[in-house]
Structures are given as C-alpha cells and as structure tokens.
Design a protein around this ligand. Structure first.
Ligand SMILES: Cc1ncc(COP(=O)(O)O)c(C=O)c1O
Length: 459
C-alpha cells in the first residue's frame, strides 16, 4: 500500500528545510572553504558534478581511509559512495584480502618514476591479469573510462567502416559525445537533457535502443550503419536495471547477425565479481572497457579486445602516425598508472574480497527492503554484486522507466538526511557500494538511518 503522495510531499518540504538548517549548523569550516572556492573555481567546485551534493555547499574532506572519511569539521562518515566507484576498494585500498601495504603501498614505489612515456615492468603483468579476468586477448591503458570508450569507438568505426554506434537508452559511459543521447518522445534520437554543447546532432552518430528490448535492437542494427553496440551489462547509471533472462545471449546473436561489434563497459559492473559481469555471466564481447576502481582511485582505465581485432588494428598502431591517430594520451600507461593497477588488482578486488563485499551488499539490501516493507511503501531495492540501490517505485525494466521514476526532491532529502547522520550516498540516485573495509555495523547504521527517514516521512 502506498501512502498519500501529497501528504508526504508537504511533510517532505518541512523535513527538508530542517535538514538544510542542520547541515549548515554542522559544517562551519566546509562553509568557509566553499565560500573561498567561489572566488576562482568555476561554479565554486573543481569538477562540475560536485554541485550535485545535497546541502547548501559540498562537505570538504580532510582525510579518508577504508570505508570512512572525516570532513574538515571533524565529522566522520561511513562512505557508501566511494567516489562513485573510483574507491570501491576502500580508500587507500588497504582493506583488500591480498595486501599488507594495499594500493597505497604499491603506488608509493612508483611515485619517483612519474611519467617517462616508456613501459615499466608492471605493464605486462597488468595485461596478463586483465586477460585472466576478462578473457580479452590484448589491452591498453588510458587515463579515464571516458577516454577508453572514446578510443574503442574510433577503433570500431575504423574496423567496420560504419559511421554510427548503438547505445542503450539512458546509458552513461562518460563524457563521450556519441553516448550523451536518449530516445525522444517520438522515438527519435535526441541529446540527453543536460548535455552541454553537443558536437553534432547525436542522431547523426548514434542509434539508441531501450534496455531489455531485443526487437528494438534488431531493428536498429538492421540499418547496416552501426559499427558497434556499446553497453553496460546491467544499467547502473540510472539506478540498477538488470537484464531479463536470455537477454545477453540474444544481444550477442543479434549483434553477430548484423556484423556489429559488441563492447561491454564494466566500469561499474565490476561490482559483480573480479571479472565483472563478463566473467560472472559468461558474456562473449569483442571489446571490454573498465575504468574507475581498477586503479584504486588513481586515474587509470583500460580497454581490451579479441586477438582478431588486435591483428586488424595493427597497421594503425604502428608507424609514423601512431601518435596522432586520435587514440592515446601523454599521461596514459605511465609507470604510475601501471603500478596503480597492479597494486589494486594484486591486493584488492580479489575473489576473497567479493566474498566479503557481496554479503555486505545483501545485508544492506535486506535492511532497506525490510524498512520499505515496514513503512508500507511501494519502493524497491536492487543489488548487483557489491552495488545496491533503492527506488521510489517498483523495479523498472529499462532506462526510460527508471528516469521517469526519478524524484529530485525525495532524492535530495534522503541524501541529506543520511549525510546529517554520518552516511554518504552517491549524489546521483540512491546507490551504495560495499567495499572490503565496510562492516556489518556500518550497514546496520545505514539501515537504522534509512528506517528513521521513512518513519519521519510517513508519520
Ligand atoms: C559505465 C561507465 N563508463 C564510463 C564512465 C566514465 O568514467 P570516467 O568519468 O572515470 O571517465 C562512467 C562514469 O560514471 C561509467 O559509469
């Protein structure tokens, strides 16, 4: 049974005002730093998304370790955002099953080498390990998952001679022009709301299909102009939307039938296990992209591909123009970058870590589900490995349904309520990540705080 939404809305506005006041009272030093930042930082923050945090200004961080951080006002938080997956290993990566020094220790040894634009002894180890986890034969490094996606899109256009790519409606793959597109009301491809200065009309570069809609995929690829389908194996950027049974087998059959390459972006779905959904679900892509947590918070990402594609690309990756092909970057693949990935993959994100993280996420999910049930709301909660997320509606099956259910006011309230009680959630939707450094007690604190929020809303 759902409560009367209008009643909640009124109550919500009152509760939100109280939380806003409480936030300002609790954070005088963050307020000062935010004021100072407004002098010369664009939008007052060093990165645009930092305007998305709840409260009058962002909390400023003093230190972080494991699953916790302390702000400049001396308040400690349990961090379920973990840098929106960048710190999925726990801050410093020191909580992982495999390492004494953790990621920080591994990185410290590489700092002196900074960048020489030469490979280091870690490079081959990194590629071997990525091969072991994701089964792709050949790998290279970039400084972000955005770059990795940009580069593989160049590769697939080069390889196939086709101009377009296909993506899933309401996907997110970084600041990649071709992917900032959604299906408009009449089914046409349009720019995603909020996309700043699109390079060209995305309908020129992109076909968009709904997740879990195989007929739409078949029809989109039948045009014969799509080089590759770029997708997350489960949507994670508009909440978690899982594939329906048989979806991935059918996606692979359809892409092969239309000679379309399949790129799986595991940047967030590595939450499913050490080799992401590719390994956990036995997927068979042509390319894999993975960024964020594989460097333990250091800016690195990678792309991998089959041997067949690597051979076909060989001519453009050698020779005089290899540095101006639109792929690569001065700081990519440095000794620091390879050391970061090696330190991460050898000490955390191991089988033993997932054996700890996934049950924690299940505990988190069960706690949230219990509170939803207790307060008789028609909300839902979904889990993908060590990632979990709640919704203000029954579980959606595609991105458009998920986007339609977004409730900015309720989102802001839930986030601020949690923050004011020592819990950090991602500022976008209602996602929590569980690292090896979290404890049952951390999860239970969240359950209590979440339960109290629902009690306040529905009383
Ligand atoms: C699935 C996926 N791919 C790529 C990216 C881009 O990562 P970055 O911002 O580190 O370039 C993101 C960022 O959220 C993502 O969720």
């Amino acid at each position: 049974m759902t409560r009367d939404p209008e009643f909640e809305r009124e109550r919500l506005t009152e509760l939100m005002a109280a939380e806003e006041r409480r936030f300002v009272e609790l954070h005088p030093r963050s307020a000062e730093l935010a004021e100072a930042g407004r002098r010369h930082l664009l939008a007052g923050v060093p990165m645009p998304w930092m305007t998305r945090w709840p409260g009058a200004f962002p909390v400023h961080v003093a230190e972080a370790s494991g699953a916790r951080f302390v702000d400049v006002d001396g308040i400690e938080y349990v961090d379920f955002c973990l840098g929106d997956t960048g710190a999925m290993t726990g801050h410093g990566g020191a909580g992982g099953a495999g390492g004494v020094g953790g990621v920080g220790g591994g990185l410290a040894s590489a700092v002196g080498r900074s960048t020489t634009m030469l490979p280091s002894e870690d490079a081959a180890w990194v590629a071997d390990e990525l091969h072991r986890r994701f089964a792709m034969a050949k790998w290279q490094l970039t400084t972000s998952a955005t770059d990795a996606n940009r580069f593989v899109l160049r590769f697939v256009r080069h390889l196939t001679g086709r101009p377009k790519i296909a993506v899933i409606d309401w996907c997110y793959h970084g600041t990649v022009d071709e992917t900032l597109a959604i299906l408009g009301p009449n089914g046409a491809v349009i720019s995603r709301p909020g996309a700043i200065g699109p390079q060209v009309d995305p309908a020129m570069t992109t076909r968009v299909v709904a997740f879990n809609d195989l007929d739409a995929l078949d029809a989109a690829l039948a045009h014969g102009d799509v080089a590759a389908l770029l997708m997350e194996p489960a949507l994670t950027n508009i909440g978690i939307v899982l594939p329906q049974p048989g979806y991935h087998e059918a996606v692979r059959e359809i892409t092969r039938r239309h000679d379309v390459l399949l790129i799986i972006d595991e940047t967030h779905t590595i939450s499913a296990g050490p080799g992401g959904c590719t390994q956990a679900w036995g997927l068979d892509p042509d390319m894999v992209v993975i960024g964020k947590p594989i460097g333990g918070g250091f800016p690195v990402a990678t792309y991998g591909m089959t041997d067949e594609l690597a051979v076909a690309l060989d001519p453009v990756l050698h020779g005089h123009d290899a540095d101006v092909g639109g792929v690569g970057g001065t700081l990519a693949g440095s000794a620091m970058a390879t050391a970061a990935i090696r330190a991460t993959l050898s000490t955390t994100l191991l089988e033993a870590d997932y054996e700890r993280m996934i049950p924690l996420a299940t505990r988190w999910t069960d706690g949230v589900a219990g509170a939803i049930e207790r307060h008789r709301l028609e909300w839902s909660v979904q889990q993908l490995g060590c990632r979990a997320e709640y919704w203000f509606c029954p579980l959606p099956v595609n991105g458009a349904d998920a986007a339609a259910a977004v409730d900015d006011q309720l989102d802001a309230f839930m986030h601020l309520w949690a923050l004011n009680r020592g819990i950090l959630m991602t500022p976008f939707h209602n996602m929590a990540l569980l690292s090896p450094a979290h404890t049952d007690a951390d999860v239970d604190v969240h359950t209590d705080v979440f339960d109290q929020a629902l009690a306040a809303l529905t009383s």
